[in-house]
Write a protein that binds this ligand. Structure first.
Ligand SMILES: [Zn+2]
Length: 371
C-alpha cells in the first residue's frame, strides 16, 4: 500500500474519513458531512467542516473535480491534513476539506462525471449554458471527436497523426487549443462538455462555497488537478479575476511557477470553478477576501509533442468510451496511457509532486500569515 497515493476511490475515501480524528484533536467540533450521489448512492462527496470560534480565515482543500485526478488530489489532502493543519491556529482559522467532488469519475478513472460532464466547465455563471460558445469545436471535430470504433491502436494512431497535421495546417494551434480546452455545451459525447444544467457535484460545491463566504472574512481555496504543464514542476493556477499577476503571486508565495487562466499563460476556460467563486464573491460578498487557486501537476510535459500526446490520450479514451473497440489490447493501452496522463506511476514523479505540494502550501499559508 502506498503511503500517500490511494489505489481506489474506496481506499481514498476510507483514508480521508480517518483524518477526522486528527482534525478533531485541534478542532473538537469538526463534523463530517456527505452527499451520496442520487443514482449511485454507494458513491459520495464527503467533507469535513472544522469551525473556528473567531471566523477570520477559512482554508478549503478540494479534490477530484476531475475524477481521476483525485488520486494525486488525495495525496495532497493527506500532506495538508498531517503536516499543515496541525500548524494552523484553530481559534481563528477554520477548514473545509472536500474529498471527491466527482466520486463517480474517481471510481471509474474518468475525468468527467456520470453524465459525461466536465465539472470544471459546469460552473457557468447564472446558468447561462450557452450552446453558441466554442464554434471552433465544430471546425476540428473530426480531430477531437471521431465517431468511429477503434480497430487497433496502431491504425488509430496513424489516422490520428494525419488528422493532427491536417488540423494544425488548416485551423492552427490556437484554434485547436481553444476548441479542445475552452469547454462546450453542444456536444454531449465530446470532451470538455460543460452540460446544460448544474450537476450534483457543482451544486454541492456552490452551496459549500457560499457558506464559506457567509461565515468567514477571508477564504483561501486550493483545488487539486493533474495533467497540464511541465512534468517536473507543479503550476499554481489562478483565475483571471484574481487581481494579482502571476509574477506578483509567484513572489508573494515564494513559488517558482504561477499561471493565470488565460490564452497567453494557460488556456481559456468557460465555466471553471475558481472563476465562479470570484464571481460569487464579487456579486454577493464584496467585503470578503478570496484567494482561490488550483495546484496543477504536469505529467506528459508542455512541448508541442507532449501536448499532442495528451490530446491523443483524451481523444482515444473518449472514443473507446462512446464507440468501443474490438481489440482488448488497444483498450488496455488506451486506459494505461490515460492513467499516466492523470496519475503517473513513476516513483520519482510522485516524490517531486509531494515536494512541490509542500512548498506551495508553505508559501501560500505563510503569505496569508496562517503559519
Ligand atoms: Zn483537472
Amino acid at each position: 500500500m502506498d503511503k500517500y497515493f490511494p489505489s481506489s476511490y474506496e481506499d481514498s475515501r476510507a483514508r480521508f474519513l480517518q483524518s477526522l480524528d486528527l482534525i478533531q484533536q485541534k478542532w473538537p467540533s469538526t463534523q463530517l458531512e456527505s452527499h451520496p450521489l442520487k443514482n449511485f448512492p454507494e458513491l459520495s462527496i464527503d467533507w469535513l467542516w472544522a469551525r473556528a470560534n473567531n471566523k477570520k480565515t477559512l482554508v478549503i482543500i478540494s479534490t477530484a473535480e476531475h475524477g481521476i485526478e483525485g488520486y494525486v488530489g488525495y495525496a495532497m489532502m493527506k500532506v495538508f491534513v498531517e503536516e499543515f493543519a496541525p500548524r494552523l491556529n484553530p481559534e481563528n482559522t477554520g477548514l473545509l476539506l472536500i474529498h471527491g467532488l466527482n466520486p463517480w469519475g474517481m471510481k471509474y478513472h474518468r475525468k468527467v462525471n456520470e453524465n459525461s460532464v466536465d465539472l470544471n466547465r459546469n460552473f457557468v455563471i447564472d446558468e447561462n449554458f450557452d450552446s453558441a460558445i466554442n464554434p471552433e469545436f465544430h471546425r476540428v471535430k473530426n480531430l477531437i471527436n471521431p465517431q468511429t470504433r477503434i480497430q487497433s491502436f496502431g491504425l488509430e494512431n496513424i489516422w490520428f497523426g494525419g488528422r493532427v497535421i491536417q488540423a494544425l495546417f488548416t485551423a492552427g494551434t490556437a484554434t485547436v487549443t481553444k476548441a479542445t480546452l475552452l469547454g462546450q455545451h453542444h456536444t454531449p459525447n465530446g470532451f470538455y462538455y460543460g452540460g446544460t444544467n448544474y450537476e450534483e457535484g457543482t451544486s454541492v460545491a456552490m452551496e459549500l462555497y457560499r457558506r464559506g463566504l457567509e461565515d468567514y472574512q477571508s477564504v483561501i481555496q486550493v483545488d487539486m488537478h493533474t495533467g497540464y504543464g511541465p512534468r517536473d514542476q507543479m503550476s499554481i493556477i489562478i483565475p483571471p479575476l484574481d487581481p494579482m499577476t502571476s509574477e506578483e503571486t509567484s513572489r508573494k508565495f515564494n513559488y517558482p511557477l504561477v499561471l493565470k487562466i488565460n490564452a497567453e499563460e494557460f488556456y481559456d476556460i468557460s465555466g471553471d470553478m475558481g472563476a465562479y467563486y470570484y464571481e460569487l464573491r464579487d456579486k454577493y460578498f464584496p467585503d470578503r477576501h478570496l484567494f482561490a487557486c488550483g495546484f496543477e501537476f504536469g505529467t506528459f510535459g508542455s512541448s508541442l509533442l507532449a501536448r499532442i500526446r495528451s490530446l491523443r490520450a483524451m481523444v482515444f479514451e473518449n472514443q473507446v468510451h462512446w464507440h468501443g473497440t474490438k481489440s482488448e489490447k488497444a483498450e488496455q493501452r488506451i486506459r494505461k496511457e490515460f492513467e499516466e496522463l492523470y496519475f503517473p506511476s513513476e516513483a520519482k514523479w510522485r516524490e517531486k509532486a509531494l515536494a512541490d505540494g509542500r512548498q506551495a502550501f508553505e508559501g501560500i499559508l505563510r503569505a496569508y500569515q496562517l503559519l
